[in-house]
Write a protein that binds this ligand. Sequence first.
Ligand code: 13P
Ligand code: SF4
Length: 347
Amino acid sequence: MAVESIRQDYPVAALPYTPDVARKTEHIYRRLNRIIPEIEWPVHAPYIVAIQDLKTQHHATILAHNYQTPEIFYGVADIVGDSLALAREAAKTDSAVIVVCGVHFMAETAKLLNPEKTVLIPDLEAGCSLASSITAEDVRLLRQRYPDTPVVTYVNTTAAVKAESDICCTSSNALDVVRSLGARRVIFLPDEFLGRYVASQTDIEIILWRGHCEVHERFTAAEIRSYRDQYKGIEVLAHAECPPDVLAEADFVGSTAGMIRHVDQKRPPRVVMITECSMSDNVAVEFPQIEFVRPCNLCPHMKRITLPKILQSLQDMKHTVSIEPSIAGRARQAVQRMLDLGSKPSR
Ligand code: 13P
Ligand code: SF4
């Protein structure tokens, strides 16, 4: 992307790239020089320095999801990971302020686990198609329809939906959470494809909802077969939110963190990650010897978070995340039950 078009994406006046900024960010750029073109660095670097300074001033911790762009992921984040890791780390942090570089449900989870702290999200519009696919009222109706059936809710939901659930799960631990209930039948919400994947791994009857991730539902099995034809010996890793026929073509199915672990353990020479674009960029930084083929489906919600918005968020202490007390207690319980299940992610 050309420098001018990056600047247009940035909502506040561009900061100057001074020799001091260049010196302070040199060590970061050295890691990213295969991923971010040299011409772009003067745009990002001044924001990185300004954010680092404000972070210290406010005793803030920045959490960033694996789908954040590399200048955020490697430039300003203190803790990175999948949604399960971010929830766990949010529960442990002792900072007064937590900035969530991810989507709104992730910020809500951080707030649920830190009710006394200030939790900020740099863009309130950073939503999720799964979270908006179901309401609390839908869950109450399902409970009426399937009485005495436990409700497992994917963390990609609003706090109000979590509050109507027995327990939460992420793509890392969905199967373990479902099994932990010891039930013959479970309502699994709202990701149909993740639910189908869990159903394929167990005899427990799974009642599904028709929610989909707008990023992962666009991948096709034909696309995977074409990567296999084009790139001999390629290892195909797919996120569990992909459609079942895509998952059937994959060598590994799991969460974003599960994919990283798989690459780390197996070290295949060529990899394609069937998931959001920035993931491969971030993983490629850690594994320079591996060739990453990069199909690109962007999550428009994740991409709302930018360095200038993070800076503004810390400058103005916005946007603070708050959760109605009548919802927060019950939603926290559902998240906490998941965290209490143990620390080992399964996928
Ligand atoms: P992970 O739990 O794998 O981080 O996935 C979250 C997400 O939003 C995937 O689209
Ligand atoms: Fe939601 Fe999909 Fe974006 Fe993840 S990638 S935040 S599931 S829309």
